[in-house]
Design a protein around this ligand. Structure first.
Ligand code: UGA
Length: 344
């Protein structure tokens, strides 16, 4: 099978390509990204064809590869809430416009698409567990610009679904729920305060800066370890007996639910136990801040976000295995190892 991964150097992309190359000797990967810093040994593998490029510029190469490959995974997107409120037009241009173009090319060449939807599409849904084919997708007013990401992704889901139901596209939409793990976000993005919460908190601990709990940190997320997520994605790509054909599938770990306040406390505890930091003289304080101060007026939070994974269990015979503390420890250890010599 030939797999095309756009955004192959991203968090999900680089973990996926490394798993494919290790486990699927008969698969070949074609990948594009702006950079290579996360790709490591994958770059040396003869079954990985990498092109350094930009999806907004290298359109001919992309079209050629869509024609050539069996399955297409467009993973290029801005996915950090700080950027949704700072530059919503950039989010729209990249996350929607560039991606809808790829969707149309998959229709044109009759190629299967495995597309990253997001837990964000459920927005402020009040269901205790979000169900792919039942839950309402609830977003806030237009002046809360945070929702542009959710809306872009929702419209793409709807476009893909409509092509699919009319027989013009074979698809699987997967919805990651707060995946965490090595190389989630970089120290650089955390320095400017624009990384996702787990990297942000680890980086604050590392830099001895305060950990900010937005609105008291009572909002909850279900953190999912990336290896569990990649297990599910591999099964989606294998697509045994067409089980995932034209399906939407949540990929998350409902057992790993915790509040952002608890998250800060666990990470601080793990950091203080780490061999490189157990004798540090000071540690970050955990402080409260308001959403307006931290993100600006265009932000609105999501208070609970728990996936139902009944579909993933049934269709993929999949179950997430890595618990909360273990997931956070693995993420923290990897971040500290990689940034040991970083100048801050
Ligand atoms: C994320 C992003 O939108 C995407 O990465 C993705 O689509 C989706 O969720 C997902 O991974 O499932 P969110 O969970 O809100 O959204 O993003 P984070 O930046 O990780 O924030 C989580 C929570 O921590 C938010 O309530 C935020 O207000 C809080 N937070 C964040 C803090 O309290 N302090 C911080 O320094 C940073």
């Amino acid at each position: 099978m030939k797999v095309l991964i756009l955004g192959v150097n991203g968090f999900i992309g680089h973990h996926l390509v490394s798993r494919i190359l290790a486990k699927k000797k008969e698969w070949v990967v074609y990948g594009m990204d702006l950079g290579t810093d996360r790709l490591g040994k994958s770059l040396d593998n003869p079954r990985f064809n990498f092109m350094e490029g930009d999806i907004a510029i290298n359109r001919e190469w992309i079209e050629l590869q869509i024609k050539n490959c069996d399955v297409v995974m467009p993973l290029v997107a801005i996915a950090t809430p700080k950027l949704y409120v700072e530059d919503p037009i950039a989010v729209y241009n990249l996350d929607f416009e560039m991606n809808v173009d790829i969707v149309k090319k998959c229709v044109k060449y009759h190629k299967r698409i495995v597309f990253p939807s997001t837990s964000e599409v459920y927005g402020a849904c009040s269901d205790p567990e979000f169900k792919e084919d039942e839950s309402f997708l609830v977003v806030g007013p237009i002046n809360k610009e945070r929702w542009i990401y959710s809306c872009c992704k929702q419209l793409l889901d709807r476009v893909i679904y409509a092509y699919g139901t009319r027989g013009n596209l074979e698809f699987t939409l997967f919805r990651p729920f707060n995946w965490v793990g090595p190389r989630l976000d970089s120290l650089d993005t955390a320095k400017e305060g624009s990384s996702r919460v787990v990297t942000q908190f680890i980086a604050e601990l590392f830099m001895k800066r305060p950990i900010n709990l937005v609105d008291g940190g009572r909002q909850k997320r279900c953190f999912t370890y990336v290896d569990d997520g990649i297990d599910a994605l591999m099964k989606i790509l294998e697509n045994k007996n067409d089980a995932c054909k034209n399906q939407i599938i949540n990929i998350g770990n409902p057992r790993n639910e915790c509040s952002i306040k608890e998250l800060a406390q666990i990470l601080k505890k793990l950091f203080k136990q780490h061999p490189d930091h157990k004798n540090d003289k000071i540690y970050s304080e955990i402080v409260d801040t308001s959403a307006d101060t931290y993100y600006g007026k265009g932000y609105q939070d999501i208070y609970t976000r728990k996936p139902s994974i009944e579909k993933a269990r049934k269709l993929l015979n999949w179950e997430p295995k890595v618990g909360l503390e273990e997931s956070l420890k693995l993420t923290l250890d990897s971040f500290l190892k990689e940034n040991k010599k970083a100048k801050i």
